[in-house]
Write a protein that binds this ligand. Structure first.
Ligand code: PMP
Length: 423
């Protein structure tokens, strides 16, 4: 049996329709923006391997930091014990996060970073003897695959089998100039019940919903109202963090800073699973009590894995390089020029750019949807030409590692034009 056959025999892959499943491509190595398969065919990783990779595959600086850490300690329990990489990473992150953030809580992926945030908020109110349990979230939201993170997400095909078991959440439309007053009026109305605990959002870009973008100005107004109404705010920066939107965080475009932030994906530059939930001091203080039952009883075996923290520190060091930001700005400029060029194409409903993200919405017979039949066609077309562009239904997008160069971006754009003209 070859590797691909063994894969098919033994492994159940995520987000993969299992009936008549095609063979998965076996990747042997990676280098920069490229992945190489068994036949040494190279694929340009135009979506950063599910939005995680920042500084390229097999990055020498990050590799070295992980190997150095490996020779010291690979993992240890994180209660009663601590270690240098976790301490140094927390200090570094806090320098980059909004000034109101005071504590770093570690977990091990994006869903758990969100799960922690939800529990932190609920227990904050519980510890303060207030019966607040309702969450506000946006239509179309995606916050992860655990029960809490599914609950605050949109109700859709991802979670329809679990619908009855998800807790109730009030979903608000994505804000715009046209509906912001209406949204604020409904937030005011709901909060009269004094039961609204928190508001969670993907700031400025909803990733899984199809890279839906909205303006900071309106999010700012909702956060400001939440502050007034004593509703805690959570920014899920799992996808948008670490330069994706052109600033270190999407929240950096906001005047009103969230009480809690969730980070993962780019946190370790795409190397290892790690999650962070940071919070403002008032939240932490609600847990500093004589009563031991007020403790935050949440933790994972691999919390703050030292190798993952070492990768994250190395990734942050690269984020501090001027050259990385020049690249982020170049990607943004080239995306914007391409958007202007391609927008009039009759096969496109919409083209959107935010920072290093370019999204193109294809005009199909069906409505825009994750299961839109165009997805397989788009994916196959680009894979054949050596570009990984795994679409979200009829929305396909370019979200590259920051080490990508001009020619590589042009190569992706050229293939997009060919696809639109020929398919
Ligand atoms: N939040 C957002 C905004 C995400 O995009 C994702 C993953 N796509 C998650 C949470 C969940 O992260 P993970 O897949 O690491 O659990």
């Amino acid at each position: 049996m070859n590797l691909s056959e063994k894969d098919k025999k033994n492994i159940w892959h995520p987000f993969t329709h299992q009936k008549d499943r095609e063979d998965n491509i076996v990747i042997i190595k990676g280098e920069g923006v490229y992945l190489y398969d068994e036949q040494d065919k190279k694929y340009l990783d135009a979506i950063s391997s599910w939005w995680v990779n920042l500084h390229g595959h097999n990055n020498p600086h990050i590799n070295k930091k992980i190997v150095d850490q490996l020779s010291k300690i690979e993992h240890l329990l994180f209660s009663g014990f601590t270690h240098e990489p976790a301490i140094m990473l927390a200090e570094k992150l806090l320098q980059f996060l909004p000034a109101n953030q005071s504590k770093i809580f570690y977990s091990d992926n994006g869903s758990t970073a969100v799960e922690v945030a939800i529990k932190m908020v609920l227990q904050y109110w519980n510890n303060n003897n207030k019966a607040k349990t309702i969450f506000l979230a946006f239509d179309g939201a995606y916050h992860g695959d655990t029960f809490g993170s599914m609950s605050v997400g949109a109700r859709n095909v991802f979670n329809q089998a679990f619908d009855k078991l998800l807790f109730d959440v009030v979903h608000l439309p994505l804000p715009s100039q046209a509906n912001i007053e209406e949204i604020k009026a409904s937030v005011k109305l709901i909060s009269k019940s004094n039961k609204v605990a928190g508001f969670i959002f993907e700031p400025l870009v909803q990733g899984a919903a199809g890279m839906r973008m909205y303006e900071a100005e309106y999010l700012d107004q909702i956060i400001s109202l939440c502050n007034e109404m004593d509703i805690l705010t959570i920014a899920d920066e799992v996808m948008t963090g670490f330069g994706r939107t052109g600033k270190f965080l999407a929240s950096d475009y906001l005047v009103n800073k969230p009480d809690i932030l969730c980070l993962s994906k780019g946190l370790t530059a795409g190397y290892m699973p790690l999650g962070v939930t940071s919070c403002a001091d008032k939240i932490f203080q609600a847990y500093v009590q004589d009563d031991k039952t007020k403790t935050f009883f949440h933790g994972h075996s691999y919390t703050a894995n030292p190798l993952a923290c070492a990768a994250a520190i190395a990734g942050m060091e690269l984020m501090e390089n001027e050259a990385t930001w020049e690249k982020i700005n170049l990607i943004h400029r080239m995306h914007t020029e391409f958007k202007n060029r391609i927008s009039p194409h009759k096969k496109l409903i919409d083209v959107r750019v935010m920072g290093t993200i370019l999204a193109l919405e294809l005009n199909t017979q069906e409505k825009s949807h994750y299961l839109n039949a165009a997805a397989d066609k788009i994916s196959d077309y680009f894979i054949e030409r050596g570009v990984i562009l795994r679409p979200l239904g009829n929305v396909f997008y370019v979200l590259p590692p920051y080490v990508i160069n001009r020619e590589e971006l042009e190569f992706i754009y050229k293939n997009i034009i060919d696809f639109l003209n020929n398919e």
